[in-house]
Design a protein around this ligand. Structure first.
Ligand SMILES: N[C@@H](CCC(=O)N[C@@H](CS)C(=O)NCC(=O)O)C(=O)O
Length: 254
């Protein structure tokens, strides 16, 4: 174990930004290492053997100890460092609600990332194809999740009460990518006013702008019609495609 942890990430990644912002907000000392997702370095067997069999980021190294999955990383950091109680819940019930959100998130709102991925990144990887069915599926999951989140936020300012927690950052950063890529039309946002208010509140936090800078630039690049140079041929948002898994049964590989 060491006093400074090593954070392996990529700034275009939603779960990476959530952990990154959590560390900045709570003054956790860390060294960062950007993993090149654009050329598929993360999919090399050596990388998988050493760090994460899924090849995904974020990854946290604490001495020889390695942990992956954003929620597990943040939870580990919460225990290791002297983090204010609001971040993972001050009471038993708040802690349960933070966990409730994190579990819910990974099978719902997170899967909506396909709407962003297939609108903006897929063409940079596989070229021009009709990605409309994946985008449609992503939007369906996204809007359904926004409806649930809007109800969830009816009685509290944040997801687990009246103070921010890691659950909020996890959710917020999904929407940051959708915002960067202009995925959610104004008419849809209007249907979920509590989600919009919550999103705008978190966007005003001191570290949000800096953490979001790269994805906002990348989103603008795509909206301007420019391609992001990627040499990988697999998905960056595995699990959001209609068929295949991003590494096997790749839908758009020749
Ligand atoms: N459930 C994981 C998701 C991680 C994830 O989807 N990471 C993506 C970036 S957003 C990734 O590393 N993609 C590269 C790849 O799959 O090759 C978490 O929360 O940490």
């Amino acid at each position: 174990m060491s006093s400074t942890v090593r954070f392996m990430h990529h700034p275009t990644s939603q779960p990476c930004r959530a952990v990154h912002q959590f560390m900045l907000e709570t003054d956790i000392p860390f060294e960062e290492e950007i993993v090149n997702l654009l050329d598929g370095s993360n999919e090399q067997q050596e990388f998988k053997d050493k760090y994460n069999p899924t090849g995904q980021v974020p990854i946290l190294c604490d001495g020889d100890f390695v942990v992956w999955e954003s929620a597990a990383i943040a939870s580990y950091l919460n225990e290791k460092f002297d983090v204010p109680a609001n971040w993972f819940g001050a009471t038993m019930q708040e802690r349960a609600i933070v966990q409730q959100y994190l579990h819910w998130h990974s099978t719902t709102l997170r899967r909506g990332a396909g709407a962003f991925f297939y609108s903006h990144f897929a063409e940079c990887i596989w070229g021009k194809h009709d990605y409309s069915r994946e985008i449609e599926k992503g939007l369906h999951v996204l809007y359904e999740s926004m409806g649930i989140l809007d109800d969830w936020l009816a009685n509290s300012k944040y997801i687990a009460g009246n103070e921010i927690s890691f659950a909020d950052l996890q959710g917020y950063h999904e929407f940051v990518s959708h915002d960067a890529g202009k995925i959610i039309p104004d008419a849809e946002w209007k249907k979920y006013p509590k989600v919009k208010k919550w999103f705008d509140t978190i966007a005003k936090r001191p570290h949000s702008k800096a953490v979001n800078q790269t994805i906002m630039e990348v989103g603008q690049m795509r909206l301007d019609g420019n391609l992001i140079p990627m040499t990988r041929k697999t998905s960056l948002a595995k699990g959001t495609e209609l068929v295949g898994s991003g590494t096997s049964g790749i839908p758009y590989a020749n």
